[in-house]
Design a protein around this ligand. Structure first.
Ligand SMILES: [Zn+2]
Ligand SMILES: [Zn+2]
Length: 234
C-alpha cells in the first residue's frame, strides 16, 4: 500500500488539472479518478482499488473512469446525475448513491452529502470506520453540514478572497470568472470558518485540496490556517 505518512488520506493529485485520492486501507477506496489512467496506474503501482467514489462529472475528477471500467472490475459509487453525465449508467458495477443515504463498503460506512457546484448532482462523502471519520469534499462553494467527530478533513481550499480581488483589480482575471469561482469553489476563509465551528475533539489532519496556484498565495494559507498549522497537509 502506498502511504506517505501513515495516513488514511493519500493525495495522489489535487488541483483543477486532476484529482485522485486514495483513502482507507481495508479496503482501499479511490476518491475521484481525475488523473489520466496511465498516470493513475503508475501512482498506484498498478494496484487500482476495487471501489471508487466519484464526486461529479468534471474531467478533473472523472478523466480515467472509462479506462478503469474497461480494464478493472471496479465498483463505482456516484449520483444518478453524475453517472448520466459521465455516460456509465449501463455499467454493471455502478452503485447509485443519494444525499444523506449511508451505505457500506465492507466495514466502511459512506454517507454522501450535497455539495454546491456547477455540476448535475455533485456529492461529497463522509467515510467512517470505528477508528476514523473522514470528510471528503471538493468543488463546493461551501460546506452546508456540520459533521461531528471528524478525524480527518480533506476539503477544497481553492482561493483566498484577497488574492482573487487583487487579480480582478489588476485585470488578470475577469469579473464574471471571479464570480463563478466564488459561487462554485470554496475559499480558504470559508474552509477555516467551517473548521472553527465544528467539533474538533478527534481531529488529526486537515488536507487542503483543489488549490489554485494563481488565486491562493502560500502566505495567505499560512495566515489563515495559523492555529491549525500542526495538522495541515498540503
Ligand atoms: Zn475540480
Ligand atoms: Zn468541478
Amino acid at each position: 500500500m502506498i502511504s506517505y505518512h501513515n495516513s488514511p488520506v493519500n493525495v495522489l493529485a489535487s488541483s483543477s488539472d486532476a484529482n485522485s485520492i486514495v483513502c482507507a486501507s481495508n479496503p482501499q477506496i479511490l476518491l475521484d479518478a481525475g488523473l489520466l489512467y496511465k498516470k493513475l496506474l503508475k501512482k498506484l503501482e498498478f494496484n487500482i482499488p476495487k471501489h471508487c467514489l466519484i464526486t461529479h462529472e468534471h474531467k478533473d475528477h472523472s478523466n480515467a473512469i472509462q479506462d478503469i471500467i474497461k480494464h478493472t472490475p471496479i465498483n463505482i459509487y456516484t449520483s444518478q446525475g453524475t453517472a448520466e453525465k459521465i455516460g456509465i449508467t449501463k455499467y454493471h458495477r455502478l452503485h447509485i448513491c443519494k444525499h444523506n443515504t449511508p451505505f457500506k463498503i465492507e466495514n466502511i460506512t459512506i454517507t454522501p452529502f450535497e455539495t454546491i457546484h456547477d455540476a448535475k448532482e455533485p456529492l461529497g462523502f463522509v467515510i467512517e470506520t470505528d477508528k476514523m471519520k473522514i470528510l471528503f469534499a471538493v468543488d463546493t462553494a461551501y460546506l452546508k453540514y456540520n459533521i461531528r467527530n471528524l478525524t480527518h478533513i480533506a476539503a477544497e481550499c481553492n482561493y483566498d478572497i484577497e488574492t482573487l480581488k487583487e487579480k480582478v483589480k489588476q485585470k488578470k482575471i475577469n469579473f464574471t470568472l471571479a464570480k463563478r469561482i466564488t459561487q462554485t469553489h470554496q475559499s480558504a476563509e470559508e474552509l477555516k470558518i467551517y473548521i472553527d465551528k465544528i467539533d474538533k475533539s478527534r481531529l488529526k489532519e486537515i488536507h487542503l485540496l483543489h488549490k489554485s496556484n494563481n488565486n491562493l498565495s502560500d502566505k495567505k494559507v499560512e495566515q489563515i490556517f495559523k492555529k491549525y498549522k500542526e495538522i495541515i497537509y498540503e
